[in-house]
Design a protein around this ligand. Structure first.
Ligand code: GDP
Length: 417
């Protein structure tokens, strides 16, 4: 079964050549050296209505045609009625740093007449990936942990210039505790600079109003000024207004750039004056990939894990609570907390027991092996002894010994004089 537990999950892995510098070679500077040899796993999810430029942006980000051009849907073929989850993995290498990049696409999101539950299969997929990781953690042999958890979710907002739509708010509200949300204003070249600024303000206001937590890179103490400035330059751009393009254009001044050409001019993807693509890539790949991975592991996954245990405790103890005085809230909370603790303890015990059992099985096996070896050796010795006895008997009863042999035998104490 697919490690993420999703039934309608398509997955393929390809080896990809990069067309230019991408920037994840900086990862070893973001983390401890030992990870270099193992390589890195990074999973990025893209969500947004179709046609917002998701595949184009992923290809632009990693400078590779990870995403093949999707054929436009054939109207004669009936389209599925639910959001699908598809993933593509690529092993890419830059300056000897290996990255297993997985992009999880969610085709169908927001494309139906009724999109009320569009978020649901996505939450389920993210949780299935958490479960798969949890299951590995509980295994005794944790040498080869595969991390298929989603480390970042690029959420594409339609460049309407107005405000967030209900589907955007619903999605982010449902997902913000499960995944690092990175909101993106798609196809920013369709808005003027002023429209982009106003739209950003409104989007941020909506996000705040609904208490949605988007990914915030942590600021550490004693950070040097340069890093702080870089951090500030990135965070003030959120939500990133991006333009994607996979075609190279030659400008009149001879420069070759990635961009989109219009009658009124050219929008350059890699030009910070034109859009926030560079800052998005900076955060996602060059400076904060490790933060995204860490936050996923230490906060999002950890919360999921303990909530899951707490959930088990609550449902189990519910009948008890209903009978007690509802005013005894603190007592109830304490009981809940204790239930959570004992659940965790039980889980730990289970893992421990499992480990002990495996260890015991191993010991037993080596014990049996030892016995077998012992038996073999004993038999061999027995046989040798019988042979020696036999020889001795023949010597004693029969032929006289040569003086040399006699002295040898004497030394060994076989011959009484
Ligand atoms: P997806 O369905 O979200 O994966 O969207 P695609 O990446 O397939 O892009 C849909 C269409 O939008 C294509 O014709 C792209 O060329 C175009 N497109 C992609 N990115 C941009 C962008 O930043 N600006 C504009 N104006 N068009 C874009």
């Amino acid at each position: 079964p697919a490690p993420n537990g999703s039934s309608h999950h398509l997955s393929s892995i390809v080896r990809k050549k990069l067309m230019g510098y991408v920037g994840f070679a900086n990862l070893p500077n973001q983390v401890h050296r030992k990870s270099i040899r193992k390589g890195f796993q990074f999973t990025c999810m893209v969500v947004g209505e179709s046609g917002l430029g998701k595949s184009t942006l992923i290809n632009t980000l990693f400078n590779t045609t990870l995403y093949p051009a999707r054929p436009s849907p054939d109207p004669a073929v009936e389209r599925p009625k639910t959001v699908a989850i598809e993933s593509i993995s690529a092993d890419i290498e830059e300056s000897t740093v290996r990255l297993r990049l997985t992009v999880v696409d969610t085709p169908g999101f927001g494309d139906f007449v009724n999109n009320d539950e569009s978020w649901k299969p996505i939450v389920e997929n993210i949780e299935a990936r958490f479960d798969a990781y949890l299951e590995q953690e509980n295994r005794v042999n944790r040498q080869k942990m595969v991390d298929n958890r989603v480390h970042a979710c690029l959420y594409f907002i339609q460049p309407t210039g107005h405000a967030l739509k209900q589907i955007d708010i619903e999605f982010m509200r449902r997902l913000h505790t499960k995944v690092n949300l990175i909101p993106i204003i798609a196809k920013a070249d369709t808005l003027t600079d002023e429209e982009v600024q106003n739209f950003k303000r409104r989007v941020l206001a909506d996000i705040e109003h609904h208490n949605i937590r988007i990914f915030q890179a942590p600021v550490y103490e004693n950070e040097d000024e340069e890093t702080l400035a870089e951090h500030e330059a990135i965070t003030t751009k959120i939500p990133f207004a991006v333009v994607g393009s996979n075609s190279e254009l030659e400008l009149e001044d001879g420069r070759v750039i990635r961009g989109r050409s219009y009658p009124w001019g050219v929008v350059e993807v890699d030009n910070e004056e034109h859009c926030d693509f560079v800052k998005l890539r900076q955060m996602l790949i060059r400076t904060h990939m490790e933060e995204l991975r860490e936050h996923t592991n230490n906060v999002l996954y950890e919360n999921y894990r303990s909530d899951k245990l707490l959930g088990m405790g609550v449902t189990q103890d519910h009948s008890v609570f209903r009978e007690v005085n509802p005013a005894a809230k603190t007592a109830e909370e304490r009981t809940l907390h204790e239930a959570k603790l004992s659940k965790m303890e039980a889980e730990m015990k289970m893992v421990f027991q499992q480990k002990v059992q495996e260890k015991e099985a191993k010991l037993k096996q080596s014990e049996e092996e030892l016995y077998a070896r012992h038996r073999e050796m004993k038999e061999a010795l027995e046989k040798q002894r019988a042979e020696l006895e036999d020889k001795k008997r023949r010597l004693e009863s029969g032929r006289p010994l040569t003086p040399e042999k006699a002295s040898q035998t004497k030394k060994k104490g076989f011959l009484r004089t």
